[in-house]
Design a protein around this ligand. Structure first.
Ligand code: ADP
Ligand code: MG
Length: 326
C-alpha cells in the first residue's frame, strides 16, 4: 500500500453506521456475521482486472468502483434477490494515488447507498495491476428466486431497456468525433444502473425466469434455453435500441445489440397470462419492457433461433451466427 498502512486505510472505508438490521458484525473482526431469518441467502462474486475488464482512459476510478458493484447487483436482480451486503477484495498497484483508490470506494458506496447495502468486509493487498473482486450477499423470498431453468413453452421472452448502449458508449470513448446523445451512451458504459427494483417488483408473479445482460443477449438467451431445456425464438426487429443508435455502422449496431454485453439489463421469460401484470410493474418502476420473442419446444431443445424477417429462422449461438443445417 502506498503512503498509508492497511489499517488506517480500512478505517477510511469503514462505514460509521450500518443500515441492514440483520447485520451482527461488520468490518473489524476476523469475519462478518449476519442473520438470515426465514429468507434464502443469495451470493455472487465478480472479478475485474485492469486492462482486461476496464481501462483507465475510458473509466475514471469512480466509474470503476461503481460499475464493479453494478455488475454484481445486476446478478442479484437476475436472481430476484434483494442485495444487502458486499465485501471487496482489492489489489492496488503502487503507482495509484490514494485519492484514486478512495474514488473507487466512493463509486461503490454511492451505488450501495441507493440499495441500503453495507460494506462488511474484504481484503486489501498491493499488486502489479488493479484487481477488484466484489462479493455481494442478498436475500431472496422462498419460491421467488428467478432461476434460468424456469422458462416454459408458451412464455413470452422480454428484455428491459435498450441493448447495445454500453458498447456504443465505449466506441465513442475510443473514437473521438461528433455523436448524437454522446453523454447518454458514455454514461450507459460507465455507470449502468442495475434493475434490482424492477426484479423485486415482480414478486407477485409466481414463475419468471431471469438472466442479466452481461455478455450479450445471444449468450444470455442461450443460457436460459439450455437451463430450461426449451427453445427461445427471438425476433430481431423487436430487439429494442435507443433512437440514436442508427448513427452507427449497421454491422456495429448488430454486433452491439446481440453480442455487446455490459448493458446490465434483464432478459427473461414470463407466462402469457402474466404479461399485462409485468408491464404494469415495469411502468411503476420506470423501466421499459419489450417483448422480443417466445418460448417453444417444437424445435430442437436448448437452442436460440433468430427470426430476422425472412422465412427461414437461423440458429443464434452465443457469439455469432451459426446456420442451421435443416
Ligand atoms: P484479517 O487479518 O483478520 O483477515 P484484515 O486485517 O485483513 O483482517 O482486515 C481487517 C478488517 O477489515 C476485516 O473486517 C476485513 O474484512 C476488513 N477489510 C480489509 N480490507 C477490506 C476492503 N478492501 N474492503 C472492506 N473491508 C476490508
Ligand atoms: Mg484479511
Amino acid at each position: 500500500m502506498i503512503a498509508m498502512d492497511e489499517f488506517s486505510f480500512i478505517d477510511t472505508i469503514k462505514q460509521s453506521i450500518y443500515k441492514q438490521s440483520t447485520l451482527l458484525k461488520g468490518i473489524g473482526d476476523d469475519a462478518a456475521v449476519f442473520d438470515s431469518y426465514e429468507q434464502e441467502i443469495v451470493i455472487s462474486k465478480d472479478m475485474f482486472v485492469e486492462n482486461v475488464h476496464f481501462a483507465k482512459h475510458t473509466m475514471k476510478s469512480y466509474h470503476i468502483g461503481y460499475k464493479a458493484l453494478a455488475a454484481n447487483l445486476s446478478d442479484m436482480a437476475a436472481m430476484g434477490a434483494k442485495p444487502a451486503f458486499y465485501l471487496v477484495a482489492i489489489s492496488i498497484p503502487r503507482d495509484w494515488e490514494m485519492t484514486e483508490v478512495h474514488s473507487i470506494f466512493q463509486g461503490m458506496r454511492d451505488l450501495a447507498d441507493l440499495f441500503n447495502m453495507d460494506l462488511i468486509g474484504g481484503d486489501t493487498v498491493s499488486g502489479k495491476e488493479l484487481v477488484i473482486s466484489i462479493t455481494v450477499i442478498g436475500y431472496g423470498e422462498k419460491d421467488r428466486i428467478r432461476y434460468r431453468s424456469l422458462a416454459q413453452k408458451g412464455d413470452i421472452v422480454f428484455v428491459t431497456g435498450f441493448l447495445g448502449d454500453s458498447q456504443a458508449g465505449l466506441y465513442i470513448l475510443n473514437h473521438p468525433g461528433n455523436y448524437k446523445e454522446r453523454s447518454y451512451f458514455i454514461n450507459k458504459h460507465q455507470m449502468p444502473f442495475p434493475r434490482v427494483d424492477f426484479a423485486l417488483g415482480l414478486e407477485s408473479l409466481l414463475r419468471v425466469s431471469l438472466n442479466d445482460i452481461s455478455d450479450g443477449i445471444a449468450s444470455e438467451a442461450n443460457e436460459i434455453a439450455e437451463a430450461s431445456n426449451v427453445t427461445l425464438v427471438l425476433e430481431e426487429a423487436n430487439i429494442p435500441v435507443h433512437p440514436a443508435f442508427d448513427q452507427f455502422n449497421p454491422k456495429l449496431q448488430y454486433n452491439w445489440k446481440m453480442f455487446g454485453g455490459e448493458d446490465f439489463e434483464l432478459m427473461g421469460t414470463v407466462p402469457k397470462k402474466d404479461w399485462d401484470k409485468l408491464l404494469l410493474i415495469a411502468e411503476r418502476n420506470n423501466v421499459q419492457v419489450t417483448p422480443i420473442g417466445y418460448v417453444t419446444s417444437k424445435q430442437e431443445l436448448g437452442y436460440v433461433l433468430i427470426d430476422n424477417g425472412s422465412n427461414k429462422m437461423e440458429r443464434l449461438d452465443k457469439t455469432g451466427y451459426n446456420h442451421l443445417s435443416r
